[in-house]
Design a protein around this ligand. Structure first.
Ligand code: ADP
Ligand code: MG
Length: 351
């Protein structure tokens, strides 16, 4: 009781942390097989403001009706209610901390829109817990890894590291080439006369189970031809099972597209970059089967808009957003709700 009073009366300065969301320009479903991705952190943020609290977390979300109240240490984060709180308690469980916080969270990201509001919530929680527990500041990679495992705990979905690593290590003005095997992150500058838009299509449906199915299918394909990140198209043809062959074809061709798109971006060859984005969409639609009719239609309209270099679904699929890369002079008024996003730096302590 004494400790509680001491903390609540003496540590009144509010701590504020913030994490961006992300959009993936090219390279989807490649991260969990150690492949290549080219995302960027975007100027839409989750912000958490709180004060330290001994042995508990109390958090209000501006975007959810029910508050999170839990005691630390946690026994089973996957059983937390309300369910959104699992992303928070998953992080607390990973960090094994006993001091929590009391505060609020809000976001300018859509929830369940494929722009990684979940990773932004996890990263904000991790930064907050490190701060209130006076832990040494983690590196971006350490943050991303612990938040990735927190998401596994929270959702049971074996996601890759792209979302958390992008939101943690964003670079102002640049996309990030991430090798999800070596975990090397290389910023690639985005030309000033190029605009990037996201167009929200629909909240995701069936994503958890379908995502896990794809992870399993990639694993099965690897049992035939070895690591997909190293495989050649010629070896994919040796997979007898038609579904597994198509899944593997997407992975192998997508890794190659990311490599070529990175070179094109570095050379400011946006025509080639856009063509690779369009091919990526086709592959996700036909071989990996994670798009929807609504997304295909929005992508088709975007691709036909003058000044647009390329457009594709982005993220896990089954809804969410499409991403559009266009010349800054392009008129995108016909793309309903298209939102201009800028590449920004990663999650950090604000105050
Ligand atoms: P995405 O990460 O693409 O937005 P997910 O399905 O992975 O979609 O994560 C969305 C979920 O994350 C929400 O349904 C909610 O449970 C949780 N979440 C994210 N941001 C917040 C927030 N600011 N407040 C409360 N819950 C949040
Ligand atoms: Mg998410």
């Amino acid at each position: 009781m004494f400790i509680y009073m001491f903390i609540t009366t003496n540590m009144s300065a509010e701590i504020v942390v913030r994490s961006p969301g992300r959009v993936n320009l090219i390279g989807d479903h490649t991260d969990y097989t150690g492949g290549m991705v080219l995302p960027m952190a975007i100027d839409r943020y989750t912000t958490m403001a709180a004060q330290p609290l001994e042995a508990a977390i109390q958090l209000t979300s501006a975007d959810q009706p029910d508050d999170l109240k839990c005691e630390l240490p946690l026994v089973d984060p996957a059983a937390t209610t309300p369910t959104w709180g699992r992303y928070v308690t998953g992080v607390a469980h990973q960090l094994q901390v006993t001091r929590g916080f009391s505060g609020s969270v809000s976001t300018t990201l859509p929830l369940g829109g494929g722009l990684s509001s979940s990773a932004a919530l996890e990263l904000s929680t991790a930064l907050m817990l490190c701060q209130v527990n006076e832990l040494p500041p983690p590196t971006s990679l350490e943050l991303a890894q612990l938040c990735r495992f927190a998401e596994h705990l929270a959702t049971g979905v074996p996601c890759g590291i792209m979302d958390q690593l992008t939101c943690a290590s964003g670079v102002d003005g640049s996309a990030l080439l991430i090798d999800c095997h070596s975990l090397q992150v290389s910023p690639i500058e985005i030309p000033h006369d190029v605009n990037i838009y996201v167009q929200f299509i629909a909240h995701r449906k069936l994503s958890s189970s379908a995502y896990s199915d794809r992870v399993i299918q990639c694993d099965q394909a690897e049992q035939h031809i070895g690591p997909l990140r190293l495989a050649e198209v010629s070896s994919v043809h040796n997979i007898a099972d038609e579904i597994l062959r198509r899944r593997a074809m997407h992975l192998v061709s997508e890794n190659e597209r990311v490599r070529r798109a990175t070179v094109a971006l570095a050379l400011q060859d946006m025509t080639t970059f856009g063509k690779l984005m369009n091919e990526s969409h086709k592959s996700l639609r036909d071989d990996f089967e994670v798009s929807t009719n609504q997304m295909d239609e929005a992508v088709r309209i975007a691709q036909q808009t003058p000044g647009v270099f390329g457009a594709r679904m982005t993220g896990g699929g089954f809804g969410g957003c499409i991403v559009i890369v266009a010349d800054s002079s392009a008129n995108v008024d016909n793309l309903e709700g298209a939102m201009l996003v800028k590449p920004v730096s990663g999650a950090k302590l604000i105050n």
